[in-house]
Design a binder for this molecule. Structure first.
Ligand code: FAD
Ligand code: UDP
Length: 397
């Protein structure tokens, strides 16, 4: 096991540190499993906000969880686990993260490769006019889509959402193939929440997200995490699985941000997660594609999208680096799969989690929710507030 800087594994602290008495015995106040957004926000808050002594572990060789970024062999900043674009409507979340990073203004644009052309997704006025050779104004596009939309009495699935908004032809061009590849399921088998993430527009707004705050961390996510975790009460152990240290480390409370079914040894069976294989490539040219992400909905193309990072980071470099995403049933758990039977199975694990004293489950994998980064930060801050309240009885410190 190595420490954060690749040094030897840390040993538990003894005595009093920063004026904080140990809670009755030597060890940590909190063991936090997972150094992604959920684990890191809680480590920061517990250490800086409550003076707790925290051991943060991750089985990967780095902090940042899926948001981890790093310079590749050619010196281009890339995201190891696919494109991570920060956006939020929460002032609280934006203000909190702004303590640890400055920001680079960036509004995400995505094009889809459809009918041999690159057109905006979310579908907007330009998408319709380009694909159909029209020159409709906003009202014209609204009427065009309304004329094609199929009435769906009870919108339940990811197919219903799109067919009900734009009709079957555009659904098939943009959503059906992409979704089948991404999830290994037909949109009709997936909860409506999945394709509802992508709006339909009749104007020229070609931003992927509509949020009020859209910025990228100026020096990247990993730097932001380093700043967050830079506190004497936080010890970090990487390349360390919870199972390896569970009995060796003494701690009073556990925060678990890994897969909830794994924590309970798959007692009720495995919760389905979708995985991805990433192919990272360097191209010996300054630019590869016009925007950061191009989606490939056609089913005969094995990947779902190509990301070119320099658009996200603003980095100047004579070469450029790309990531192709190939959806996969095997591999690291990246996406909880939103469908009713999975939600049902999760509820059984949730009941176990609720009945486990001194253990908090938080984050995308531990609460089996298809959450964006800002939602995970908000969830972690909320848990911290509950802990704070329980410790102080509502009194301010
Ligand atoms: P994670 O980041 O998964 O962190 C959990 C950590 O726990 C991992 O590092 C894991 O190694 C560790 N761990 C698990 N089990 C154990 C164990 N037993 N022992 C030790 N360590 C363990 N969100 C956005 O807002 N915008 C985006 O553009 C965006 N793009 C995405 C693209 C992809 C391809 C993916 C997969 C996700 C994307 N997300 C995006 C979602 C974002 O990644 C998550 O919301 C966020 O990173 C979740 O943080 P987390 O801490 O809950 O989980
Ligand atoms: N989607 C699609 N075609 C697209 C973009 C998205 O079918 O061009 C569907 C697909 O099911 C995807 C979901 O909408 O999984 C949510 O898209 P999002 O871009 O939010 O996915 P993420 O970035 O989380 O992978």
């Amino acid at each position: 096991m190595t420490g954060a800087a690749g040094g030897p594994a840390v040993t538990p602290l003894h005595g009093v540190r920063n004026g904080v008495a140990l809670s009755g015995r030597a060890g940590f106040d909190y063991l936090i499993v997972g150094a992604g957004f959920a684990g890191s926000v809680l480590a920061e808050r517990l250490a800086r906000g409550l003076g707790k002594r925290v051991l943060l572990i991750d089985r990967r060789p780095h902090i940042g969880g899926n948001a981890y970024d790093h310079y590749d062999d050619h010196g281009v900043l890339i995201h190891r686990y696919g494109p991570h674009i920060f956006h939020t409507n929460s002032t609280q979340v934006a203000e909190y993260l702004s303590r640890f990073t400055r920001w680079r203004p960036y509004e995400h644009k995505v094009l889809a490769h459809v009918d041999q052309q690159l057109v905006p997704i979310p579908i907007n006025r330009r998408t319709v006019n380009t694909l159909y050779g029209l020159e409709l104004d906003e009202a014209g596009v609204a009427a065009f889509l309304a004329g094609r939309a199929e009435p769906v009495a009870d919108i339940r699935t990811s197919e219903d959402v799109v067919v009900g908004a734009v009709g079957r032809e555009l659904y098939e061009k943009f959503f059906r193939g992409y979704t089948r590849k991404q999830w290994g399921l037909d949109p009709s088998q997936l909860d409506k929440a999945v394709t509802s993430r992508v709006p339909t527009r009749t104007n020229d707004d070609d931003r992927y997200f509509g949020d009020s705050f859209q910025n990228m961390p100026l020096h990247g996510y990993t730097r932001m995490f380093e700043n967050m975790l830079d506190h004497p009460n936080i010890k970090i152990m990487l390349n360390t699985d919870y199972r390896e240290v569970q009995r060796e480390v003494r701690y009073d409370n556990l925060i678990f941000t890994g897969p909830v079914d794994e924590y309970f040894d798959y007692r009720y069976g495995k919760l389905p997660y979708r995985s991805l294989k990433f192919r990272h490539e360097m191209v010996d040219q300054e630019r590869f594609q016009p925007v950061a992400v191009v989606n490939y909905p056609a089913e005969d193309v094995p990947y779902t999208r190509i990301t070119e990072y320099k658009h996200l980071t603003g980095q100047q470099h004579p070469r450029t680096s790309l990531t192709y995403e190939f959806p996969s049933a095997e591999g690291d758990p990246y996406y909880p799969v939103p469908k009713p039977e999975n939600a049902e199975l999760y509820r059984k694990y949730q009941a176990l989690a609720d009945a486990t004293p001194n253990v908090h489950f938080v984050g995308r994998l531990a609460t089996y929710r298809y959450y964006n980064m800002d939602q995970v930060v908000a969830q972690a801050l909320k848990l911290f507030d509950r802990i704070l309240h329980a410790e102080t009885g509502g009194r301010s410190l």
